[in-house]
Design a protein around this ligand. Structure first.
Ligand code: M6R
Length: 615
Protein backbone atom coordinates (compact mmCIF):
# COMPACT_ATOMS: atom_id res chain seq x y z
CA UNK A 1 0.00 0.00 0.00
CA UNK A 2 1.39 3.30 -1.05
CA UNK A 3 0.55 6.89 -1.86
CA UNK A 4 0.95 8.36 -5.33
CA UNK A 5 0.88 11.97 -6.48
CA UNK A 6 1.17 13.61 -9.86
CA UNK A 7 1.38 17.34 -10.52
CA UNK A 8 1.11 19.21 -13.79
CA UNK A 9 0.84 22.99 -13.99
CA UNK A 10 2.81 26.18 -14.12
CA UNK A 11 4.79 26.02 -10.86
CA UNK A 12 7.97 24.07 -10.10
CA UNK A 13 6.75 20.54 -9.44
CA UNK A 14 9.36 19.42 -6.92
CA UNK A 15 8.24 21.35 -3.81
CA UNK A 16 4.60 20.56 -4.55
CA UNK A 17 5.33 16.84 -4.89
CA UNK A 18 7.28 16.80 -1.63
CA UNK A 19 4.56 18.67 0.23
CA UNK A 20 1.96 16.22 -1.11
CA UNK A 21 4.05 13.19 -0.25
CA UNK A 22 4.24 14.38 3.36
CA UNK A 23 0.45 14.37 3.45
CA UNK A 24 0.44 10.86 2.01
CA UNK A 25 3.03 9.39 4.37
CA UNK A 26 0.28 7.76 6.42
CA UNK A 27 -0.27 5.39 3.49
CA UNK A 28 3.28 4.13 3.56
CA UNK A 29 6.57 5.46 4.71
CA UNK A 30 9.40 3.06 4.11
CA UNK A 31 10.71 4.78 0.98
CA UNK A 32 9.87 7.65 -1.33
CA UNK A 33 10.77 9.17 -4.65
CA UNK A 34 9.91 11.69 -7.34
CA UNK A 35 10.42 12.14 -11.06
CA UNK A 36 10.24 15.63 -12.55
CA UNK A 37 10.02 16.14 -16.31
CA UNK A 38 12.16 19.05 -17.43
CA UNK A 39 11.39 19.27 -21.14
CA UNK A 40 12.24 15.82 -22.40
CA UNK A 41 14.62 15.04 -19.58
CA UNK A 42 13.31 13.06 -16.60
CA UNK A 43 15.05 13.68 -13.30
CA UNK A 44 14.44 11.01 -10.69
CA UNK A 45 15.40 11.01 -7.01
CA UNK A 46 14.48 8.25 -4.62
CA UNK A 47 15.57 6.72 -1.37
CA UNK A 48 14.61 4.34 1.42
CA UNK A 49 13.09 5.84 4.56
CA UNK A 50 10.85 8.77 5.24
CA UNK A 51 10.24 11.82 3.05
CA UNK A 52 12.87 13.71 5.06
CA UNK A 53 15.46 11.24 3.72
CA UNK A 54 14.31 12.00 0.19
CA UNK A 55 14.60 15.74 0.83
CA UNK A 56 18.19 15.28 1.89
CA UNK A 57 19.13 13.85 -1.54
CA UNK A 58 17.28 16.43 -3.63
CA UNK A 59 19.08 19.27 -5.40
CA UNK A 60 18.07 22.81 -4.39
CA UNK A 61 15.85 23.29 -7.37
CA UNK A 62 14.57 21.42 -10.39
CA UNK A 63 12.83 23.57 -12.93
CA UNK A 64 10.27 21.14 -14.39
CA UNK A 65 6.58 21.81 -13.79
CA UNK A 66 5.38 18.24 -14.31
CA UNK A 67 6.16 15.34 -12.04
CA UNK A 68 5.08 12.25 -10.17
CA UNK A 69 5.90 11.07 -6.65
CA UNK A 70 5.45 8.06 -4.44
CA UNK A 71 5.61 7.03 -0.82
CA UNK A 72 5.90 3.29 -0.29
CA UNK A 73 4.85 0.54 2.08
CA UNK A 74 6.75 -2.49 0.89
CA UNK A 75 4.94 -5.51 -0.52
CA UNK A 76 7.41 -6.87 -3.09
CA UNK A 77 11.04 -6.36 -2.14
CA UNK A 78 12.54 -4.78 0.94
CA UNK A 79 12.51 -1.02 1.45
CA UNK A 80 15.53 0.20 -0.54
CA UNK A 81 16.46 2.85 -3.05
CA UNK A 82 16.23 0.40 -5.96
CA UNK A 83 12.80 -0.78 -4.90
CA UNK A 84 11.51 2.77 -4.41
CA UNK A 85 9.28 4.35 -7.01
CA UNK A 86 9.22 5.95 -9.56
CA UNK A 87 10.36 3.00 -11.65
CA UNK A 88 11.97 3.82 -14.96
CA UNK A 89 12.22 2.20 -18.33
CA UNK A 90 14.08 4.39 -20.83
CA UNK A 91 12.32 7.72 -20.65
CA UNK A 92 9.17 6.32 -19.06
CA UNK A 93 8.55 6.81 -15.32
CA UNK A 94 5.81 5.12 -13.33
CA UNK A 95 4.43 5.31 -9.79
CA UNK A 96 2.00 2.65 -8.62
CA UNK A 97 -0.17 1.77 -5.65
CA UNK A 98 -1.48 -1.79 -5.62
CA UNK A 99 -0.21 -5.23 -6.51
CA UNK A 100 0.43 -6.78 -9.91
CA UNK A 101 -0.39 -10.43 -9.44
CA UNK A 102 1.02 -11.72 -12.74
CA UNK A 103 4.25 -9.76 -12.44
CA UNK A 104 6.54 -12.80 -12.38
CA UNK A 105 5.17 -14.08 -15.65
CA UNK A 106 5.39 -10.58 -17.18
CA UNK A 107 8.90 -10.16 -15.86
CA UNK A 108 10.07 -13.38 -17.49
CA UNK A 109 8.62 -12.29 -20.80
CA UNK A 110 10.10 -8.77 -20.55
CA UNK A 111 13.53 -10.12 -19.58
CA UNK A 112 13.38 -12.41 -22.60
CA UNK A 113 12.65 -9.29 -24.67
CA UNK A 114 15.85 -7.71 -23.33
CA UNK A 115 14.53 -5.50 -20.51
CA UNK A 116 16.83 -5.31 -17.47
CA UNK A 117 15.22 -5.19 -14.04
CA UNK A 118 16.84 -3.16 -11.29
CA UNK A 119 14.36 -3.92 -8.53
CA UNK A 120 12.40 -6.75 -6.93
CA UNK A 121 9.12 -4.96 -7.32
CA UNK A 122 6.01 -5.85 -9.24
CA UNK A 123 5.78 -2.22 -10.36
CA UNK A 124 8.89 -2.29 -12.51
CA UNK A 125 7.06 -4.65 -14.88
CA UNK A 126 4.54 -1.86 -15.53
CA UNK A 127 7.33 0.55 -16.47
CA UNK A 128 8.94 -1.88 -18.93
CA UNK A 129 5.63 -3.05 -20.35
CA UNK A 130 4.57 0.54 -20.89
CA UNK A 131 7.89 1.32 -22.56
CA UNK A 132 7.48 -1.70 -24.76
CA UNK A 133 3.97 -0.67 -25.76
CA UNK A 134 5.08 2.90 -26.37
CA UNK A 135 8.27 2.26 -28.34
CA UNK A 136 7.70 -1.26 -29.70
CA UNK A 137 10.48 -2.87 -27.65
CA UNK A 138 13.60 -2.35 -25.59
CA UNK A 139 15.58 -0.80 -28.47
CA UNK A 140 12.75 1.32 -29.88
CA UNK A 141 13.45 5.04 -30.12
CA UNK A 142 10.43 6.15 -32.11
CA UNK A 143 7.01 6.09 -30.55
CA UNK A 144 4.59 3.60 -32.09
CA UNK A 145 1.62 5.17 -30.32
CA UNK A 146 0.90 7.84 -27.69
CA UNK A 147 1.29 7.51 -23.91
CA UNK A 148 -2.45 7.18 -23.28
CA UNK A 149 -2.89 4.34 -25.78
CA UNK A 150 0.28 2.64 -24.56
CA UNK A 151 -0.99 2.72 -20.98
CA UNK A 152 -4.37 1.42 -22.09
CA UNK A 153 -2.67 -1.49 -23.83
CA UNK A 154 -0.44 -2.07 -20.80
CA UNK A 155 -3.24 -2.43 -18.30
CA UNK A 156 -4.93 -4.99 -20.51
CA UNK A 157 -1.91 -7.18 -19.76
CA UNK A 158 -1.98 -6.58 -16.00
CA UNK A 159 -3.76 -8.67 -13.38
CA UNK A 160 -4.16 -7.22 -9.93
CA UNK A 161 -4.83 -3.81 -8.46
CA UNK A 162 -3.35 -0.51 -9.42
CA UNK A 163 -3.51 3.22 -9.37
CA UNK A 164 -0.76 4.28 -11.77
CA UNK A 165 0.52 7.70 -12.79
CA UNK A 166 3.09 8.03 -15.53
CA UNK A 167 5.12 10.59 -17.46
CA UNK A 168 7.51 10.12 -20.36
CA UNK A 169 10.26 12.14 -22.00
CA UNK A 170 8.76 11.96 -25.47
CA UNK A 171 5.49 13.62 -24.32
CA UNK A 172 6.93 15.98 -21.73
CA UNK A 173 3.75 17.97 -21.16
CA UNK A 174 1.47 14.99 -20.55
CA UNK A 175 0.66 12.90 -17.51
CA UNK A 176 -1.58 9.83 -17.75
CA UNK A 177 -3.13 7.92 -14.87
CA UNK A 178 -5.41 4.92 -14.47
CA UNK A 179 -6.98 2.89 -11.68
CA UNK A 180 -8.33 -0.53 -10.85
CA UNK A 181 -9.12 -1.50 -7.26
CA UNK A 182 -6.85 1.20 -5.80
CA UNK A 183 -7.96 4.77 -5.13
CA UNK A 184 -7.26 7.59 -7.58
CA UNK A 185 -8.59 11.12 -7.39
CA UNK A 186 -7.84 14.13 -9.54
CA UNK A 187 -7.64 17.71 -8.22
CA UNK A 188 -8.63 20.60 -10.49
CA UNK A 189 -6.65 23.70 -9.56
CA UNK A 190 -6.20 27.07 -11.15
CA UNK A 191 -4.04 26.31 -14.20
CA UNK A 192 -2.82 23.13 -12.58
CA UNK A 193 -3.93 19.55 -11.94
CA UNK A 194 -3.15 16.86 -9.39
CA UNK A 195 -3.67 13.11 -9.40
CA UNK A 196 -3.34 11.22 -6.15
CA UNK A 197 -4.38 8.33 -3.94
CA UNK A 198 -6.03 10.76 -1.53
CA UNK A 199 -7.40 14.29 -1.63
CA UNK A 200 -5.39 15.29 1.45
CA UNK A 201 -2.32 15.35 -0.82
CA UNK A 202 -3.53 18.50 -2.60
CA UNK A 203 -6.35 19.85 -0.46
CA UNK A 204 -4.50 23.05 0.30
CA UNK A 205 -4.37 23.78 -3.45
CA UNK A 206 -7.87 22.82 -4.54
CA UNK A 207 -11.08 21.34 -3.21
CA UNK A 208 -12.57 20.54 -6.61
CA UNK A 209 -11.97 16.91 -7.33
CA UNK A 210 -12.96 14.11 -9.67
CA UNK A 211 -12.98 10.54 -8.38
CA UNK A 212 -11.68 8.15 -11.01
CA UNK A 213 -13.49 4.83 -11.19
CA UNK A 214 -12.10 1.40 -11.97
CA UNK A 215 -10.81 0.97 -15.52
CA UNK A 216 -10.92 4.68 -16.27
CA UNK A 217 -7.96 6.64 -17.56
CA UNK A 218 -7.18 10.30 -17.28
CA UNK A 219 -4.90 12.30 -19.59
CA UNK A 220 -3.69 15.64 -18.28
CA UNK A 221 -1.76 18.49 -19.87
CA UNK A 222 -1.19 21.94 -18.32
CA UNK A 223 -4.18 23.19 -20.33
CA UNK A 224 -6.76 20.42 -20.09
CA UNK A 225 -7.88 17.18 -18.58
CA UNK A 226 -9.71 14.36 -20.38
CA UNK A 227 -11.20 11.14 -19.08
CA UNK A 228 -11.44 7.88 -21.04
CA UNK A 229 -12.89 4.41 -20.66
CA UNK A 230 -11.01 1.26 -21.52
CA UNK A 231 -12.13 1.44 -25.15
CA UNK A 232 -10.36 4.78 -25.42
CA UNK A 233 -13.63 6.70 -25.70
CA UNK A 234 -13.94 10.02 -23.86
CA UNK A 235 -16.24 9.97 -20.83
CA UNK A 236 -17.77 12.70 -18.67
CA UNK A 237 -17.04 12.87 -14.97
CA UNK A 238 -18.69 14.85 -12.17
CA UNK A 239 -16.77 17.33 -10.09
CA UNK A 240 -17.13 16.98 -6.31
CA UNK A 241 -16.27 19.80 -3.93
CA UNK A 242 -14.57 18.53 -0.79
CA UNK A 243 -15.80 20.14 2.39
CA UNK A 244 -12.82 19.31 4.59
CA UNK A 245 -10.25 22.04 4.82
CA UNK A 246 -6.57 21.38 5.14
CA UNK A 247 -6.45 22.52 8.79
CA UNK A 248 -8.64 19.58 9.68
CA UNK A 249 -6.05 17.34 8.06
CA UNK A 250 -3.22 18.75 10.09
CA UNK A 251 -2.34 18.42 13.74
CA UNK A 252 -3.82 21.64 15.04
CA UNK A 253 -1.24 21.98 17.78
CA UNK A 254 -1.43 18.44 19.18
CA UNK A 255 1.75 16.43 19.52
CA UNK A 256 0.28 13.62 17.46
CA UNK A 257 -2.57 13.14 15.03
CA UNK A 258 -3.87 10.38 17.26
CA UNK A 259 -4.25 12.71 20.24
CA UNK A 260 -5.90 15.31 18.05
CA UNK A 261 -8.26 12.73 16.66
CA UNK A 262 -9.13 11.40 20.12
CA UNK A 263 -10.02 14.98 21.10
CA UNK A 264 -12.05 15.55 17.97
CA UNK A 265 -14.52 12.88 19.02
CA UNK A 266 -16.52 15.32 21.12
CA UNK A 267 -17.44 17.16 17.94
CA UNK A 268 -17.00 14.58 15.20
CA UNK A 269 -19.67 12.36 16.74
CA UNK A 270 -22.09 15.24 16.52
CA UNK A 271 -21.35 15.48 12.80
CA UNK A 272 -21.97 11.74 12.53
CA UNK A 273 -25.50 11.89 13.89
CA UNK A 274 -26.48 15.40 12.91
CA UNK A 275 -29.71 15.51 10.91
CA UNK A 276 -30.43 11.86 11.61
CA UNK A 277 -31.98 11.93 15.09
CA UNK A 278 -35.55 12.94 15.94
CA UNK A 279 -35.52 11.98 19.57
CA UNK A 280 -39.02 13.13 20.53
CA UNK A 281 -40.65 10.71 18.13
CA UNK A 282 -37.98 8.10 18.87
CA UNK A 283 -37.11 8.14 15.18
CA UNK A 284 -33.92 7.86 13.20
CA UNK A 285 -33.88 9.14 9.66
CA UNK A 286 -31.31 7.62 7.33
CA UNK A 287 -32.18 9.26 4.04
CA UNK A 288 -29.23 7.67 2.33
CA UNK A 289 -30.75 4.17 2.66
CA UNK A 290 -32.75 2.78 -0.24
CA UNK A 291 -34.63 0.36 1.99
CA UNK A 292 -38.39 0.47 2.47
CA UNK A 293 -40.08 -0.57 5.70
CA UNK A 294 -41.06 -3.72 3.85
CA UNK A 295 -37.43 -4.39 2.86
CA UNK A 296 -36.37 -4.03 6.49
CA UNK A 297 -39.11 -6.35 7.71
CA UNK A 298 -37.92 -8.95 5.22
CA UNK A 299 -34.33 -8.97 6.48
CA UNK A 300 -33.80 -12.44 7.85
CA UNK A 301 -30.21 -12.06 8.96
CA UNK A 302 -27.42 -9.50 8.96
CA UNK A 303 -23.86 -10.36 8.00
CA UNK A 304 -21.26 -7.81 9.06
CA UNK A 305 -17.86 -7.95 7.34
CA UNK A 306 -14.91 -5.84 8.49
CA UNK A 307 -11.30 -5.93 9.64
CA UNK A 308 -9.41 -4.77 12.73
CA UNK A 309 -11.03 -1.92 14.59
CA UNK A 310 -13.96 -1.90 12.19
CA UNK A 311 -14.53 -5.56 13.03
CA UNK A 312 -14.60 -4.68 16.72
CA UNK A 313 -17.23 -2.07 15.94
CA UNK A 314 -19.15 -4.74 14.02
CA UNK A 315 -19.07 -7.04 17.02
CA UNK A 316 -20.77 -4.39 19.13
CA UNK A 317 -23.17 -3.95 16.22
CA UNK A 318 -24.23 -7.59 16.62
CA UNK A 319 -25.38 -6.93 20.19
CA UNK A 320 -27.22 -3.79 19.05
CA UNK A 321 -29.02 -5.34 16.08
CA UNK A 322 -30.09 -8.31 18.14
CA UNK A 323 -31.20 -6.21 21.13
CA UNK A 324 -32.76 -3.25 19.34
CA UNK A 325 -34.04 -4.82 16.13
CA UNK A 326 -34.33 -8.51 16.95
CA UNK A 327 -32.38 -9.42 13.81
CA UNK A 328 -29.96 -12.32 14.01
CA UNK A 329 -26.51 -10.96 13.18
CA UNK A 330 -23.22 -12.64 12.33
CA UNK A 331 -19.91 -10.82 12.28
CA UNK A 332 -17.05 -12.07 10.13
CA UNK A 333 -13.54 -10.85 9.63
CA UNK A 334 -13.45 -10.10 5.92
CA UNK A 335 -10.32 -12.15 5.34
CA UNK A 336 -12.09 -15.27 6.65
CA UNK A 337 -15.45 -14.56 5.04
CA UNK A 338 -14.01 -14.24 1.56
CA UNK A 339 -12.61 -17.78 1.60
CA UNK A 340 -15.41 -19.39 3.60
CA UNK A 341 -18.61 -21.09 2.55
CA UNK A 342 -21.13 -18.71 4.09
CA UNK A 343 -24.76 -19.70 3.91
CA UNK A 344 -26.11 -16.61 2.20
CA UNK A 345 -29.47 -16.02 0.55
CA UNK A 346 -31.00 -12.85 -0.76
CA UNK A 347 -32.78 -12.26 2.55
CA UNK A 348 -29.40 -11.57 4.16
CA UNK A 349 -28.28 -7.94 4.29
CA UNK A 350 -24.51 -7.50 4.37
CA UNK A 351 -22.97 -4.55 6.16
CA UNK A 352 -19.36 -3.70 5.31
CA UNK A 353 -17.64 -1.50 7.88
CA UNK A 354 -14.43 0.15 6.73
CA UNK A 355 -13.22 3.59 7.64
CA UNK A 356 -10.96 3.86 4.59
CA UNK A 357 -13.37 2.19 2.19
CA UNK A 358 -10.31 0.64 0.55
CA UNK A 359 -9.49 -2.41 2.66
CA UNK A 360 -8.86 -5.17 0.13
CA UNK A 361 -10.27 -8.00 2.25
CA UNK A 362 -13.48 -6.10 2.97
CA UNK A 363 -13.92 -5.22 -0.70
CA UNK A 364 -13.47 -8.88 -1.58
CA UNK A 365 -15.95 -9.92 1.14
CA UNK A 366 -18.61 -7.55 -0.12
CA UNK A 367 -18.10 -8.72 -3.69
CA UNK A 368 -18.49 -12.29 -2.50
CA UNK A 369 -21.70 -11.42 -0.64
CA UNK A 370 -23.01 -9.72 -3.78
CA UNK A 371 -22.51 -12.93 -5.69
CA UNK A 372 -25.20 -14.49 -3.46
CA UNK A 373 -27.62 -11.73 -4.43
CA UNK A 374 -27.47 -10.02 -1.02
CA UNK A 375 -28.33 -6.38 -0.55
CA UNK A 376 -25.57 -4.36 1.12
CA UNK A 377 -24.70 -1.28 3.14
CA UNK A 378 -21.26 0.30 3.50
CA UNK A 379 -20.34 2.28 6.59
CA UNK A 380 -17.28 4.30 5.67
CA UNK A 381 -15.54 7.59 6.29
CA UNK A 382 -14.10 8.25 2.87
CA UNK A 383 -16.32 9.87 0.30
CA UNK A 384 -15.92 8.26 -3.10
CA UNK A 385 -13.86 5.37 -1.76
CA UNK A 386 -14.07 2.04 -3.57
CA UNK A 387 -16.52 0.44 -1.13
CA UNK A 388 -19.07 3.13 -1.96
CA UNK A 389 -19.21 1.84 -5.49
CA UNK A 390 -19.49 -1.78 -4.44
CA UNK A 391 -22.55 -1.56 -2.17
CA UNK A 392 -26.20 -0.66 -2.74
CA UNK A 393 -26.30 1.77 0.20
CA UNK A 394 -23.67 3.97 1.80
CA UNK A 395 -23.70 5.67 5.18
CA UNK A 396 -20.81 8.04 5.79
CA UNK A 397 -19.41 8.43 9.29
CA UNK A 398 -18.48 12.07 8.56
CA UNK A 399 -15.49 12.02 10.91
CA UNK A 400 -13.17 14.08 8.69
CA UNK A 401 -9.75 12.74 7.71
CA UNK A 402 -8.10 10.40 10.16
CA UNK A 403 -4.34 10.44 9.74
CA UNK A 404 -3.13 8.44 12.76
CA UNK A 405 -2.79 4.80 11.77
CA UNK A 406 -4.67 3.82 14.93
CA UNK A 407 -8.37 4.32 14.30
CA UNK A 408 -10.03 6.39 17.04
CA UNK A 409 -12.65 8.89 15.94
CA UNK A 410 -13.72 6.71 13.06
CA UNK A 411 -14.31 3.82 15.48
CA UNK A 412 -16.68 5.78 17.71
CA UNK A 413 -18.40 7.18 14.61
CA UNK A 414 -18.91 3.65 13.29
CA UNK A 415 -20.50 2.77 16.63
CA UNK A 416 -22.84 5.76 16.36
CA UNK A 417 -23.97 4.68 12.89
CA UNK A 418 -24.55 1.14 14.17
CA UNK A 419 -26.73 2.46 17.04
CA UNK A 420 -28.72 4.53 14.55
CA UNK A 421 -29.07 1.71 12.06
CA UNK A 422 -30.17 -0.77 14.73
CA UNK A 423 -32.72 1.71 16.04
CA UNK A 424 -33.94 2.47 12.53
CA UNK A 425 -34.41 -1.24 11.79
CA UNK A 426 -35.99 -1.85 15.19
CA UNK A 427 -38.49 0.95 14.71
CA UNK A 428 -39.28 -0.19 11.16
CA UNK A 429 -39.89 -3.82 12.10
CA UNK A 430 -41.66 -2.93 15.35
CA UNK A 431 -39.11 -4.58 17.64
CA UNK A 432 -38.50 -1.46 19.74
CA UNK A 433 -41.12 0.91 21.09
CA UNK A 434 -40.91 4.63 20.37
CA UNK A 435 -40.44 5.59 24.03
CA UNK A 436 -37.50 3.18 24.44
CA UNK A 437 -35.94 4.45 21.25
CA UNK A 438 -36.45 7.98 22.46
CA UNK A 439 -34.61 7.29 25.76
CA UNK A 440 -31.65 5.97 23.85
CA UNK A 441 -31.60 8.88 21.41
CA UNK A 442 -31.81 11.45 24.20
CA UNK A 443 -28.87 9.76 25.90
CA UNK A 444 -27.00 9.57 22.58
CA UNK A 445 -27.24 13.31 22.14
CA UNK A 446 -25.50 13.77 25.50
CA UNK A 447 -22.52 11.60 24.51
CA UNK A 448 -20.41 14.38 22.90
CA UNK A 449 -20.54 16.44 26.11
CA UNK A 450 -19.67 13.36 28.15
CA UNK A 451 -16.69 12.62 25.92
CA UNK A 452 -15.56 16.19 26.50
CA UNK A 453 -15.74 15.57 30.23
CA UNK A 454 -13.45 12.53 29.93
CA UNK A 455 -11.02 14.59 27.86
CA UNK A 456 -11.06 17.38 30.45
CA UNK A 457 -10.03 14.93 33.17
CA UNK A 458 -7.49 12.85 31.29
CA UNK A 459 -4.57 13.52 33.67
CA UNK A 460 -5.55 10.55 35.82
CA UNK A 461 -5.54 8.27 32.76
CA UNK A 462 -2.12 9.58 31.81
CA UNK A 463 -0.73 8.84 35.31
CA UNK A 464 -2.14 5.33 35.14
CA UNK A 465 -0.56 4.80 31.72
CA UNK A 466 2.82 5.93 33.01
CA UNK A 467 2.58 3.62 36.02
CA UNK A 468 2.16 0.52 33.84
CA UNK A 469 4.04 1.63 30.73
CA UNK A 470 6.88 -0.86 31.19
CA UNK A 471 4.60 -3.90 31.48
CA UNK A 472 5.17 -6.77 29.09
CA UNK A 473 1.58 -7.94 28.97
CA UNK A 474 -1.82 -6.40 29.51
CA UNK A 475 -5.27 -7.93 29.71
CA UNK A 476 -8.52 -6.14 28.88
CA UNK A 477 -11.69 -7.83 30.04
CA UNK A 478 -15.34 -7.02 29.56
CA UNK A 479 -18.67 -8.77 29.28
CA UNK A 480 -21.45 -8.48 26.75
CA UNK A 481 -21.36 -4.95 25.20
CA UNK A 482 -18.02 -4.29 26.86
CA UNK A 483 -16.36 -7.32 25.31
CA UNK A 484 -15.84 -5.64 21.90
CA UNK A 485 -14.39 -2.65 23.75
CA UNK A 486 -11.97 -4.96 25.57
CA UNK A 487 -10.86 -6.29 22.17
CA UNK A 488 -10.58 -2.83 20.67
CA UNK A 489 -8.66 -1.42 23.65
CA UNK A 490 -6.20 -4.31 23.52
CA UNK A 491 -5.74 -3.75 19.77
CA UNK A 492 -5.16 -0.05 20.33
CA UNK A 493 -2.55 -0.65 23.03
CA UNK A 494 -0.63 -3.28 21.10
CA UNK A 495 -0.54 -1.45 17.80
CA UNK A 496 0.92 1.78 19.14
CA UNK A 497 2.84 0.79 22.31
CA UNK A 498 4.01 -2.68 21.15
CA UNK A 499 2.97 -4.14 24.51
CA UNK A 500 1.43 -7.58 24.18
CA UNK A 501 -2.23 -7.12 25.05
CA UNK A 502 -5.20 -9.47 24.98
CA UNK A 503 -8.85 -8.62 24.95
CA UNK A 504 -11.04 -11.25 26.58
CA UNK A 505 -14.66 -11.93 27.34
CA UNK A 506 -14.25 -11.87 31.13
CA UNK A 507 -16.16 -15.11 31.63
CA UNK A 508 -13.60 -16.92 29.47
CA UNK A 509 -10.60 -16.11 31.67
CA UNK A 510 -11.05 -19.22 33.78
CA UNK A 511 -10.88 -21.38 30.66
CA UNK A 512 -7.17 -20.81 30.15
CA UNK A 513 -5.77 -17.29 30.22
CA UNK A 514 -6.05 -17.07 34.00
CA UNK A 515 -2.82 -19.09 34.01
CA UNK A 516 -1.04 -15.99 32.68
CA UNK A 517 -2.25 -13.60 35.35
CA UNK A 518 0.21 -12.55 38.03
CA UNK A 519 1.43 -9.43 39.80
CA UNK A 520 3.12 -8.18 36.63
CA UNK A 521 0.00 -8.38 34.45
CA UNK A 522 -2.20 -5.29 34.64
CA UNK A 523 -5.82 -6.17 33.96
CA UNK A 524 -8.18 -3.49 32.69
CA UNK A 525 -11.76 -4.39 33.57
CA UNK A 526 -14.55 -2.51 31.85
CA UNK A 527 -17.05 -2.32 34.67
CA UNK A 528 -19.62 0.29 33.83
CA UNK A 529 -23.09 -0.29 35.28
CA UNK A 530 -25.34 -2.71 33.43
CA UNK A 531 -26.79 -6.17 33.64
CA UNK A 532 -23.39 -7.88 33.77
CA UNK A 533 -21.92 -5.56 36.41
CA UNK A 534 -22.04 -8.18 39.18
CA UNK A 535 -20.47 -10.72 36.85
CA UNK A 536 -17.51 -8.52 36.03
CA UNK A 537 -17.02 -7.84 39.74
CA UNK A 538 -16.63 -11.60 40.21
CA UNK A 539 -14.09 -11.70 37.37
CA UNK A 540 -12.20 -8.85 38.98
CA UNK A 541 -12.03 -10.85 42.21
CA UNK A 542 -10.69 -13.84 40.24
CA UNK A 543 -7.75 -11.87 38.88
CA UNK A 544 -7.14 -10.03 42.16
CA UNK A 545 -6.82 -13.43 43.82
CA UNK A 546 -3.90 -14.02 41.37
CA UNK A 547 -2.26 -10.74 42.50
CA UNK A 548 -3.00 -8.83 39.29
CA UNK A 549 -3.08 -5.06 39.40
CA UNK A 550 -6.59 -4.13 38.29
CA UNK A 551 -7.58 -0.93 36.55
CA UNK A 552 -11.35 -0.53 36.29
CA UNK A 553 -13.27 1.66 33.91
CA UNK A 554 -16.34 2.57 35.93
CA UNK A 555 -19.13 5.11 36.25
CA UNK A 556 -18.38 8.33 38.11
CA UNK A 557 -21.03 7.56 40.69
CA UNK A 558 -19.92 4.00 41.38
CA UNK A 559 -18.62 3.94 44.96
CA UNK A 560 -18.53 0.13 45.20
CA UNK A 561 -15.85 -0.58 42.60
CA UNK A 562 -12.92 1.04 44.39
CA UNK A 563 -13.09 -1.63 47.10
CA UNK A 564 -11.97 -4.26 44.60
CA UNK A 565 -9.50 -2.61 42.27
CA UNK A 566 -6.26 -0.63 42.35
CA UNK A 567 -7.15 2.24 40.04
CA UNK A 568 -10.48 3.53 38.75
CA UNK A 569 -10.78 5.43 35.47
CA UNK A 570 -14.07 7.27 35.66
CA UNK A 571 -16.56 7.83 32.85
CA UNK A 572 -19.87 9.71 33.08
CA UNK A 573 -22.89 7.46 33.62
CA UNK A 574 -25.09 6.99 30.58
CA UNK A 575 -27.65 4.60 29.10
CA UNK A 576 -26.25 1.09 29.52
CA UNK A 577 -26.14 0.50 25.77
CA UNK A 578 -24.06 3.62 25.18
CA UNK A 579 -21.39 3.23 27.86
CA UNK A 580 -19.03 1.35 25.47
CA UNK A 581 -18.45 4.59 23.56
CA UNK A 582 -17.24 6.38 26.67
CA UNK A 583 -15.09 3.46 27.85
CA UNK A 584 -13.51 3.28 24.38
CA UNK A 585 -12.45 6.94 24.56
CA UNK A 586 -10.93 6.55 28.04
CA UNK A 587 -8.96 3.52 26.88
CA UNK A 588 -7.80 5.20 23.68
CA UNK A 589 -6.16 7.75 25.98
CA UNK A 590 -4.61 4.95 28.07
CA UNK A 591 -3.08 3.45 24.91
CA UNK A 592 -1.90 6.84 23.68
CA UNK A 593 -0.16 7.86 26.92
CA UNK A 594 1.41 4.42 27.30
CA UNK A 595 2.92 4.68 23.82
CA UNK A 596 4.03 8.25 24.52
CA UNK A 597 5.80 7.16 27.71
CA UNK A 598 7.53 4.38 25.77
CA UNK A 599 8.67 6.78 23.07
CA UNK A 600 6.89 4.94 20.27
CA UNK A 601 6.12 6.21 16.81
CA UNK A 602 2.46 6.81 17.63
CA UNK A 603 0.99 8.03 14.36
CA UNK A 604 2.97 5.60 12.26
CA UNK A 605 3.48 2.40 14.21
CA UNK A 606 6.03 -0.05 12.91
CA UNK A 607 4.84 -2.56 10.29
CA UNK A 608 1.41 -0.96 9.95
CA UNK A 609 -0.25 1.34 7.48
CA UNK A 610 -3.46 3.29 7.53
CA UNK A 611 -5.30 1.67 4.73
CA UNK A 612 -4.60 -1.95 3.87
CA UNK A 613 -5.29 -2.09 0.16
CA UNK A 614 -3.51 -5.40 -0.33
CA UNK A 615 -4.57 -8.84 0.75
O1 M6R B 1 -10.14 1.08 6.77
P1 M6R B 1 -10.66 -0.09 7.52
O2 M6R B 1 -11.62 0.30 8.60
O3 M6R B 1 -11.25 -1.14 6.65
O4 M6R B 1 -9.39 -0.71 8.22
C1 M6R B 1 -9.45 -1.92 8.92
C2 M6R B 1 -8.21 -2.14 9.75
O5 M6R B 1 -7.08 -2.23 8.95
C3 M6R B 1 -8.02 -1.03 10.78
O6 M6R B 1 -9.14 -0.86 11.58
C4 M6R B 1 -6.81 -1.31 11.68
O7 M6R B 1 -7.08 -2.41 12.51
C5 M6R B 1 -6.46 -0.06 12.48
N1 M6R B 1 -5.05 0.24 12.38
C6 M6R B 1 -6.76 -0.17 13.93
O8 M6R B 1 -6.44 0.97 14.64
Amino acid sequence: MCGIIGYIGNKPAMPILIESLKKLEYRGYDSAGITVADDSELQTYKTAGRISNLESVLPEAITGTIGIGHTRWATHGVPSTDNSHPHLSGDVAVVHNGIIENYLQLREQLEADGYKFLSDTDTETIAHLLHSNLYGGVDGNEKTTDLLSALRRTIQQLEGSYAVATVCGSEPDVMVAVRKDSPLVVGLGDGEFYASSDVTAFLNHTKDVVFIDDMELVRITPQRIDYFNMDGNPIKKDITTIEWDIESAEKAGYEHFMLKEIHEQATSIQDTFSGKIFEFGGAVELKELNLTREDIRNIHRLEIVACGTSWNAGLLGKYLFERLAGIHTDVSTSSEFRYGDPVMKNDVLTIAITQSGETADTLAAIRSSKSYGCNSIAITNVVGSTITRETNNVIYTRSGPEIGVAATKTFTAQLIILYLLALHFGRANGHIRADNAKDLLVALKRIPGQIQKILNHQEHIRECAIQFAQSHDYFFIGRHLNYPIALESALKLKEISYIHAEGYAAGELKHGPLALIDVNTPVVAIATKGNTYDKILSNIKEVKARDAMVIAVADEDDTEIEKYVDIVLRVPPTHELLSPILSAVALQLLAYYTALERGCSIDKPRNLAKSVTVE
